[in-house]
Design a protein around this ligand. Structure first.
Ligand code: ADP
Ligand code: MG
Length: 238
């Protein structure tokens, strides 16, 4: 079953053509990494999928539904940003439950989902703390928890590790991989880091200047890069 299909998606800001004829298909349960240099359009692509930006043309399908006109909150996706975007005046429990309250979920459902997410992320002991009382790694876990409680069809991560130091980056990367195997949900993960792409992905989408250069498994791209750019970017001797 296909989780997400992008067909000939374009996005311009005024005269700036940022995304160019993007065609991507993502299967249910797949871990897909969008990789490419800074400024190539990764965040814009994620925002178009999430509905935070409208596509200028093309079709976005989630499962069987065309969602071009569907507002972000109704697309069944949850996004985790690089800057954790936690509410400083709310404790961890409230940060995690806010979206569910806005969806008017019953109280017992909210409590159950927050408990489930905090168990998965080892945050049980931190539910009453405020973001300022947490480490960077813990804050990022709360941001991930806020996505988990929504039971999304697809998780969207935009460079979630780039504010963490090297050791924590590795730990959190392993945690995200563990979450993926536990939940079995499709994940789209944006990064400019080749190591993250090679270690996390079932499928890598290489972007350059708003275009898809190549799509394939880490091994396919490593062994058979379509061109010098892909070869250079993923570190294989071309
Ligand atoms: P990446 O995430 O790969 O670093 P972005 O998607 O953030 O790249 O940006 C891709 C290009 O789109 C950049 O040239 C950026 O300046 C431009 N861009 C992104 N958002 C906007 C916007 N709201 N208005 C105008 N240009 C934008
Ligand atoms: Mg970006």
């Amino acid at each position: 079953m296909t989780a997400l299909t992008l067909t000939d998606v374009n996005k311009s800001f005024g005269k700036v053509h940022v995304l160019k004829d993007i065609n991507i298909e993502i299967e249910e349960g797949e871990f897909v990494v969008f990789v490419g240099p800074s400024g190539c359009g990764k965040s814009t692509l994620l925002r178009v999928i999430a509905g935070l930006e409208d596509a200028s043309s093309g079709e976005i399908r989630i499962g069987d539904d065309v969602v071009n006109m569907t507002p972000p909150s109704k697309r069944g996706l949850a996004m985790v940003f690089q800057s954790y975007a936690l509410y400083p005046h709310l404790n961890v429990r409230k940060n995690m439950s806010l979206a569910l309250k806005q969806e008017k979920q019953p109280k017992d459902v909210i409590e159950e989902r927050v408990a489930e997410a905090s168990r998965m992320l080892n945050l049980d002991d931190y539910l009453d703390r405020f973001p300022s009382e947490l480490s960077g790694g813990q804050r990022q876990r709360v941001a991930i928890g806020r996505a988990i409680v929504r039971h999304p069809k697809i998780f969207l991560f935009d460079e979630p590790l780039s504010n963490l130091d090297a050791a924590l980056r590795m730990n959190t990367r392993i945690e995200i991989a563990g979450l993926h195997s536990q939940l079995g949900t499709s994940m789209i993960y944006v990064t400019h880091d080749q190591t993250e792409a090679m270690t996390l992905a079932d499928k890598i989408v290489v972007l350059r200047d708003g275009r898809v250069e190549q799509i394939g498994s880490p091994m396919e791209l490593y062994n058979n890069p379509a061109n010098q750019f892909v070869a250079g970017f993923l570190g294989s001797p071309a």
